[in-house]
Design a protein around this ligand. Structure first.
Ligand SMILES: CC(C)(COP(=O)(O)OP(=O)(O)OC[C@H]1O[C@@H](n2cnc3c(N)ncnc32)[C@H](O)[C@@H]1OP(=O)(O)O)[C@@H](O)C(=O)NCCC(=O)NCCS
Length: 170
């Protein structure tokens, strides 16, 4: 699946590479974005570890968080994709997304997440997707609602409350 690519009207999503690091720093090095995670901006070393973790996931499963490219500008503006994880003792697949703050509010996260949802259900035939969203992250909650997810639970991880949004293939 090396040239795996998802297409939408304004975007395409492709596998992530280390050469995306400078562009990804425009997301994870931005205090506005990181405020959503209650964390300070990444330094270069943290960015490398984050990419390595995603690339390890890609190597294992054939997909992970994709780099999202805005076709009109040939520019990486976000990441959106899938991550296998354990939650409350169950194996789950999370649909996740983070975008550059100067591109927010134009429907890009919803457009990318819709393509990833369809890939997960139609191509991978996964039975269910979930998103873990920090309580109070209204923009992310709205994106999950717009792609058909519903609030199914609230969990605490390291003392931080998260909404669990989910959608079944059926
Ligand atoms: C969450 C995020 C990816 C959304 O990206 P985006 O491209 O702006 O999303 P979209 O434009 O597709 O949709 C955003 C929706 O949230 C709404 N929204 C944005 N900020 C909001 C707020 N503070 N309160 C309520 N709704 C809000 C928008 O109005 C829009 O809904 P609408 O189309 O019904 O009007 C982006 O804000 C981001 O990267 N945040 C930081 C990282 C993050 O939180 N990632 C998710 C972790 S779970």
């Amino acid at each position: 699946m090396n040239n795996l690519r998802l297409e939408t009207p304004r975007l395409f999503l492709r596998l992530m590479t280390f050469s995306d690091k400078d562009e990804l720093m425009k997301i994870f090095g931005d205090p506005i974005v990181m405020h959503s995670f209650g964390a300070p901006p990444f330094n270069a070393e943290q960015m490398t570890s984050w990419i390595q973790r995603n690339i390890d996931h890609q190597d294992l499963h054939g997909y992970g968080l994709f780099s999202v490219i805005l076709r009109s500008e040939k520019q990486l503006i976000g990441n959106c994709g899938l991550e296998h994880m354990e939650l409350s003792g169950n194996q789950e697949v999370e649909l996740g997304y983070d975008f550059r703050s100067d591109y927010w509010g134009q429907g890009y996260a919803t457009e990318a997440a819709t393509a990833v949802r369809d890939f997960a259900f139609e191509v991978l035939q996964l039975p269910r997707l979930m998103s873990l969203i920090r309580v109070g992250n209204e923009a992310s909650k709205r994106v999950s609602e717009k792609i058909g997810m519903c609030l199914v639970n609230e969990v605490s991880r390291i003392g931080i409350p998260y909404w669990v949004f989910a959608i079944d293939r059926n």
